[in-house]
Design a protein around this ligand. Structure first.
Ligand SMILES: C[S@@+](CC[C@H](N)C(=O)[O-])C[C@H]1O[C@@H](n2cnc3c(N)ncnc32)[C@H](O)[C@@H]1O
Length: 399
C-alpha cells in the first residue's frame, strides 16, 4: 500500500502552531499525514480533530494516530463540520482538497483509469448516489456543460449522452469512458490519457459534489475559528483553487467587488493573509510528484474581532438605550405640559365666567324699573321725571 505523502506538511504545521494552544481540525484527514505532523509540533494541551468521508482513509489514520490521546476523528463530509461541536472555537483548520495518492493508487471506487474497473467514484461508499444513478437521472447536456466547466472536458455533451445511454442499461466500467470519448472524437484524440484523466476527475467532482462541499465548509470553518486562529487551504486544481481563493478573500474582507457603504468605504477586514500563495519547493516536488500543482493559502481571523464585536454591540446597546430613555423623557414632558395647559385653560374659563356674572349683575342693577323702585323707596314722588331713566335694557341678564 502506498501511503499518501502530505504536501507542505512541515510548513503547514509550523503556521498553525503559531496560533497557540487549542484544537486544530484536519478536515481532510486522509491517511493522517498532516495530522501526524501537527501532533508532532503541538503541545500536550492541544487537540487534533480529523474528518474524512472515506471510511478506508479513516481506518488507516486511526490505526496510525489513535495512540495519541490528543487525536480524535469523525466520519463525515467536511460540509457538515458545524454538526461536530468539538470543532467550534478551533485554533486552526486545514483543508487538503482532492483525493490521496493511496486512493488513486488503489483505484478507490474507480478513481484511476484502469481497464475493466467498475466506475463508482464515490468517496464515501455510504453516499446514496454513485456515478450510474447520477447519469441515469441527469440531463446529459447539462451534465456535459458542468464537466466542461470543471475540467475543460472537450465535446462533453456528446460524451455525457453516450455515458447516460450506457448507464440506462448496465453498470459502467472505466472502458466506457474511453468509448464515450471516442464517440465524440471518432478519429481519435491527440492526448488520450489526458482527456481520460480530465473526464474521470470531472465526473468524480460531480459525484462527490466537491465544489459545493468547499463552498459550504470553508466559510463554516472560518466562522468556527477563534480570533487569531488560522485557516489553511491546499489546492491542486485550477477550478478548486480559484474557488478557494475567492472564498478566502471574501471571508477576510479582501474583496474589491464587495458592496461599499454610502461613503464609499469597504467593509472592515475580518482577517488577513498569512500566506497569499506558496508553492512547494523544487526538492519537495522532486520527491513527491503530487506536490507539483499544489498551492497553499492561509488566512488568519482578525484578533480582537470578538472584542471589537462585543464593544460594538455594547456601543449599539448604549445608543439604543439612550435614544429610548430620551423618547420616554420627551413623552413624559409632553404629557406634563398638556396637563398644565388643560389646568390653565380651565382656570381661565372660571375667571371669564365670574367676570360675565359680575357684568350681568351690574346690568341688572341699572334696569330702569330697579332704579325707579329705589328712588320711590327713597321718597322721590315722580322719579321718571326727576331722573333720566333710560329705555329698558333688553340685554339678556344671566343669573
Ligand atoms: C488529499 S487527501 C488528504 C491527505 C491527508 N492530508 C494526508 O496527509 O494524508 C484528501 C482527503 O480528503 C477526503 N475528502 C475529500 N473531500 C471530502 C469531503 N467533502 N469531506 C470529507 N473528506 C473529504 C478524501 O477522502 C481524502 O481522504
Amino acid at each position: 500500500m502506498i501511503r499518501h505523502q502530505p504536501v507542505l506538511a512541515g510548513r503547514i504545521a509550523e503556521l498553525l502552531k503559531e496560533c497557540g494552544t487549542g484544537a486544530f481540525v484536519d478536515c481532510t484527514l486522509g491517511d493522517g499525514g498532516h495530522s501526524e505532523m501537527l501532533l508532532s509540533v503541538l503541545d500536550e494541551n492541544c487537540q487534533v480533530i480529523g474528518l474524512d468521508r472515506d471510511t478506508e482513509a479513516l481506518a488507516i489514520a486511526r490505526e496510525r494516530l489513535s495512540g495519541d490521546r490528543r487525536f480524535l476523528s469523525f466520519h463525515t463530509p467536511f460540509s457538515a463540520l458545524d454538526q461536530i461541536p468539538e470543532t467550534n472555537g478551533a485554533m486552526g483548520f486545514l483543508f487538503d482538497f482532492g483525493v490521496s495518492s493511496r486512493q488513486l493508487d488503489e483505484n478507490h471506487r474507480g478513481f484511476t483509469i484502469r481497464p475493466g474497473v467498475q466506475l463508482d467514484l464515490r468517496m464515501d461508499p455510504n453516499d446514496p448516489r454513485d456515478l450510474r444513478s447520477i447519469l441515469v437521472d441527469c440531463d446529459p447536456d447539462e451534465l456535459g456543460n458542468q464537466l466542461a466547466q470543471l475540467a475543460d472536458v472537450p465535446r462533453s455533451r456528446i460524451v455525457c449522452r453516450h455515458l447516460a445511454k450506457v448507464a440506462a442499461e448496465r453498470d459502467l466500467t472505466s472502458d466506457d469512458l474511453e468509448t464515450a470519448l471516442l464517440s465524440a472524437f471518432p478519429r481519435g484524440m491527440r492526448d488520450r490519457p489526458r482527456e481520460m484523466a480530465r473526464l474521470s476527475m470531472a465526473l468524480r467532482m460531480v459525484v462527490n459534489n466537491e465544489l459545493d462541499e468547499i463552498r459550504t465548509a470553508v466559510p463554516a470553518a472560518f466562522g468556527r475559528l477563534v480570533p487569531g486562529g488560522r485557516l489553511a487551504v491546499l489546492t491542486y486544481h485550477s477550478v478548486e483553487d480559484r474557488l478557494a481563493k475567492n472564498l478566502l478573500r471574501g471571508l477576510i474582507g479582501d474583496d474589491h467587488d464587495a458592496p461599499r457603504d454610502v461613503f464609499g468605504n469597504r467593509p472592515a477586514m475580518q482577517g488577513s493573509w498569512v500566506v497569499r500563495r506558496e508553492d512547494p519547493s523544487k526538492e519537495e516536488v522532486a520527491s513527491n510528484p503530487r506536490a507539483r500543482s499544489a498551492q497553499l493559502r492561509v488566512i488568519e481571523k482578525r484578533r480582537g474581532a470578538a472584542l471589537g464585536g462585543i464593544l460594538g454591540a455594547m456601543l449599539l446597546v448604549s445608543l439604543v438605550g439612550a435614544v429610548m430613555v430620551g423618547c420616554v423623557w420627551r413623552q413624559t414632558r409632553h404629557v406634563e405640559l398638556e396637563k398644565g395647559m388643560e389646568k390653565a385653560a380651565s382656570k381661565e374659563k372660571a375667571l371669564l365666567d365670574s367676570v360675565d356674572q359680575l357684568e350681568a349683575r351690574i346690568r341688572a342693577e341699572r334696569q330702569p324699573a330697579v332704579v325707579g323702585r329705589r328712588a320711590l323707596a327713597l321718597g322721590y314722588k315722580r322719579p321718571e321725571r326727576q331722573f333720566r331713566i333710560a329705555e329698558p335694557d333688553t340685554t339678556e341678564v344671566r343669573p
